[in-house]
Design a protein around this ligand. Structure first.
Ligand code: ATP
Length: 503
């Protein structure tokens, strides 16, 4: 799996999906640039989300708020006081870790051990094996499970109480029972705020500190009244937004999974108090269906319900996808109560309320939020799509099986030879298609090599023009996933492609 992930990173670079930022200066940690194909895929992912939220739901509208916001915003949201990561250094290895992630990784390792035990036993016992019974009775599994439960509970408590010594003690204890790093020389845990600061103003003295937004949600909250009034919106309704967010992630690894500059797609759904759990359930299911509609296989997704809730939430879960490095969060769904609007009301001194004509009363609306990272979704699509296939003739091919509606290039048009009027005919076909679809023209190398190149960038259709095309106005259309080819009339091409790329 690790090999697969390395392959994915180099594939992204080789084919122009993702490059390290400012690479000629040796790059910048956890910052990446999207290349010529990456930007197409990213735009398609954003459109898939935007349409699902704002077009399929007639009570959701979009906005595009500024990245800079009044500094008081971040006091009201709790980010100035509480948007911290607990960091710890190992003095021997000189490595820095996020204490909570270190403990979570340890827990994941113990869980893997249990899975191995289960698999071993399943093989041994064959058909009569019951996993549930095995987990409930096997001594080794019970011991591991107990350690996991104890550690999870201790961590949740220490983090909630902001007991940093307690967090450190967990790591020290884990080293003794089951080493994570092999060394014991840890510094104390300290809190590190993740917001980037900059100065706004003409001179250094007069300038005020402002922040690069660490999430897009606050731009929606501060515009609640503007949108509600100008759009005459009635509760329940939602506001959606796509935009950049910035977090000074110190322990940034795993490629674009955790970046310092990234993009979010967030939707805040405003509702009457008391209806939040119903809407929370609704959005959980809606968002899961959105993911699964891409067709990568339902078994690779799961909900992870949060036992420990953030200060603003009364219910929260993640949608996790099975990345090459395990099940990890792609999206969060949170029932945020009236925390945000209530706090903005308090900090701004402005009345932020909604008059409910049906109820005949005013209230601060409750919020259910869905929040997904564009880049993380991009990584999810790439992880699910990249395949090495062994073909019947013994050859291998690399294929990116990106669902046609979000594929960066929809169709490649390939003249079999560079003469006899075939290139001209290919160009004419592209001219007909290019207003609807992103097309590529390629006349270099053998047709087999050209097919492989298109497979590697995920192009669902290749259209080949040969001498027969000149005579009878037919072309060959090759399907990426099955590699089957069919001869069709040129007039039929637009319809075939159109049907496949529409969601
Ligand atoms: P994590 O626990 O991974 O740090 P989080 O729970 O803090 O994430 P949220 O604040 O809920 O994340 O953000 C919502 C979504 O934004 C996440 O599900 C993820 O897809 C994306 N996201 C958050 N932080 C980053 C980052 N540093 N790089 C890329 N995407 C991110």
């Amino acid at each position: 799996q690790e090999e697969l992930f390395k392959k994915l990173i180099s594939h992204c670079k080789e084919y122009g999906f993702i490059f390290p930022s400012s690479e000629i200066y040796d790059g910048l940690a956890a910052v990446y640039d999207y290349g010529q194909l990456g930007v197409e895929l990213k735009n398609n992912i954003k459109r898939y989300w935007w349409d699902a939220m704002t077009k399929l739901n007639d009570n959701i509208v979009g906005i595009d708020a500024a990245i800079f916001m009044h500094p008081r915003t971040w006091e009201a949201s709790g980010h100035v006081g509480a948007f911290n990561d607990p960091l710890i250094d190992n003095r021997d290895s000189k490595k820095r870790y996020r204490a909570d992630v270190l403990i979570e990784e340890w827990i994941a390792k113990q869980e893997e051990k249990i899975v191995k035990e289960v698999e071993k036993a399943a093989k041994r016992f064959g058909e009569s094996f019951s996993e549930e019974q095995f987990r409930a009775t096997n001594g080794r599994v019970l011991e591991l499970q107990q350690r996991i439960d104890e550690t999870t509970e201790r961590m949740a408590k220490s983090l909630t109480d902001n007991d940093l010594d307690g967090v450190k003690q967990i790591i020290v204890d884990l080293e003794i029972v089951c080493p994570i790093s092999g060394t014991r020389n840890w510094t104390d845990v300290r809190q590190f705020n993740l917001m980037f600061e900059t100065k706004m103003g003409a001179s250094a003295e007069a300038a005020s500190t402002i922040y690069l937004r660490p999430e897009t949600a606050q731009g929606i909250f501060v515009n609640f009244l503007n949108v509600q009034k100008s759009g005459r919106m009635k509760i329940p309704f939602g506001i959606a937004q796509i935009g950049k967010a910035f977090r000074n992630e110190i322990v940034a690894r795993q490629f674009i999974f955790r970046m310092k500059e990234f993009e979010q797609m967030e939707m805040q759904f405003f509702i009457a108090p008391g209806t939040e759990l119903e809407w929370y359930e609704h959005w959980k299911q809606f968002r899961m269906r959105w993911h699964q509609a891409l067709g990568f296989g339902e078994q690779h997704y799961k909900f992870h319900n949060h036992a420990k809730l953030a200060h603003y939430a009364n219910a929260a879960c993640d949608i996790e996808y099975e990345f090459p490095f395990g099940f990890k969060e792609v999206e969060g769904i949170h029932s945020r109560t009236d925390f945000d609007l209530g706090n903005h009301q308090k900090f701004s001194g402005k009345k932020i309320q909604y008059f409910d004509t049906e109820k005949g009363e005013s209230y601060v609306p409750f919020v259910v939020e869905t929040s997904i990272g564009v880049d993380r979704m991009f990584l999810q699509v790439m992880s699910a799509s990249l395949k090495e296939e062994k073909l019947e003739n013994g050859e291998e091919r690399t294929v990116l099986a990106i669902p046609a509606p979000i594929a960066p290039v929809k169709v490649a048009v390939l003249p079999l030879v560079k003469k006899d009027g075939l290139p001209e005919m290919a160009r004419a076909i592209i001219n007909d298609l290019k207003f609807e679809h992103n097309c590529q023209y390629d006349e270099k190398d053998s047709i087999g090599k050209r097919y492989r190149r298109q497979d590697a960038i995920g192009t669902p259709f290749c259209i080949t023009i040969d001498h027969q095309s000149l005579e009878d106005k037919t072309v060959t259309i090759r399907h990426r996933d099955s590699m089957t080819q069919e001869r069709v009339s040129i007039d039929a091409v637009a319809g075939i492609i159109g049907e496949a790329v529409n969601m």
